[in-house]
Ligand binder design. Structure first.
Ligand code: MLT
Length: 326
């Protein structure tokens, strides 16, 4: 369409628009920020989010509210964040599920790359194979045999298709060549409640959600999915020590909706990097078996590179497991 305005006026308007945007970004944030967490309160993603939110809030001088939007393995919450206003006041804190969802959902309500601006990586959390306290197997070897002999009679809790807990379960069943009965929750917070109550037999969940219960002897832990044993759970062997080829780490990132002003992204990246060297964050992460990523990884480039390489990797792994998008 041909513009009716002379070029100089258009150039002026464009410059004013840019200036307004930059001025808006210069004052940012001027109101509370919301972190959408695509799983229930009380789970591992929520735990990471609340620790990071508090430290970033201190740095930004604005309240950061955590909004739990569970369902469909985290895709409902991510979809809601994708369509939020790109004003820097609604962000998404999500994990590896951003990279597995494209291979698991035919009709995904968002594009993990096109619909978001990456702010930075946060942490990579190991997982633990855990069971209710009175579950019969005592060792990882006995657990493997038990699952292979009891298959669908083993009740496995997860946070829905695309969740880390479901992904780990997929890899476990694939490694053992057997199918268990999976029970999906809105997050592994509520799944842990049922594990503690004995309503489900086991799950594979992140140390940010299982450490406390393992240390209290309230659930059984058979293995950690990290290459080496964890300082906070030194008595728990690695999966490889038990002869199980199942190593997986759950990386977490912070995102803004696509179109968010670059100056706002820069301010958020700065605040994230400050949060990740905060003593409280470092100490609590360590108690829960994890650690913040380096400053170089807590960048838009660090997250973008991880996301794109992981989408490719998990697409291949999921296809090789014979799982098709639904
Ligand atoms: C998962 O992917 O299993 C989630 O991390 C569970 C949660 O955070 O509640």
């Amino acid at each position: 369409m041909t513009s009716l305005l002379p070029r100089t006026a258009l150039a002026t308007f464009a410059a004013l628009g840019l200036m307004a945007g930059s001025a808006f970004a210069q004052d940012y944030p001027t109101q509370p920020i919301t972190f959408i967490v695509p799983f229930s309160a009380g789970g591992p993603t929520d735990t990471v989010a609340r620790l990071v939110a508090q430290a970033m809030s201190d740095e930004l001088g604005q309240q950061i509210l955590v909004q739990n939007v569970g369902g469909a393995g985290g895709t409902l919450g991510a979809g809601q964040a994708a369509t939020a206003a790109p004003d820097g006041y609604t962000l998404l804190l999500h994990h590896i599920g951003m990279s597995t969802a494209p291979a698991l959902y035919a009709d995904l309500p968002f594009d993990p790359i096109e619909d978001f601006e990456p702010i930075g990586l946060i942490t990579e959390v190991p997982m633990t194979l855990v069971a209710r306290a009175d579950f019969e197997p005592e060792t990882l070897e006995e657990l493997v045999t038990y699952i292979q002999e009891n298959g669908e009679n083993v009740i496995y809790g997860n946070a829905g298709i695309g969740a880390a807990s479901q992904l780990c379960g997929l890899l476990l069943q694939d490694a053992l060549g057997v199918r268990m009965t999976e029970v999906p929750y809105q997050g592994t917070g509520p799944a842990m409640t049922d594990l503690l109550g004995g309503q489900i037999d086991m799950m594979c969940d992140q140390t940010t959600n299982t450490t406390t219960q393992i240390q209290a002897g309230e659930i059984k832990a058979y293995a950690v999915t990290s290459p080496e044993r964890l300082d906070n759970l030194p008595d728990i062997p690695t999966t490889s020590e038990g002869g199980l080829n199942l190593e997986v780490g759950i990386w977490h990132g912070l995102y803004a909706p696509a179109g968010t002003d670059a100056a706002i992204i820069e301010r958020l990246t700065e605040a994230l990097q400050v949060a990740l060297v905060d003593e409280t964050v470092i100490t609590r992460f360590a108690e829960l078996g994890t650690a913040p990523v380096t400053e170089g990884q807590a960048t838009p480039e660090g997250l973008a590179e991880t996301l794109s390489s992981q989408i490719e990797l998990w697409g291949e792994v999921i296809a090789a497991a014979g799982v098709t998008a639904q």
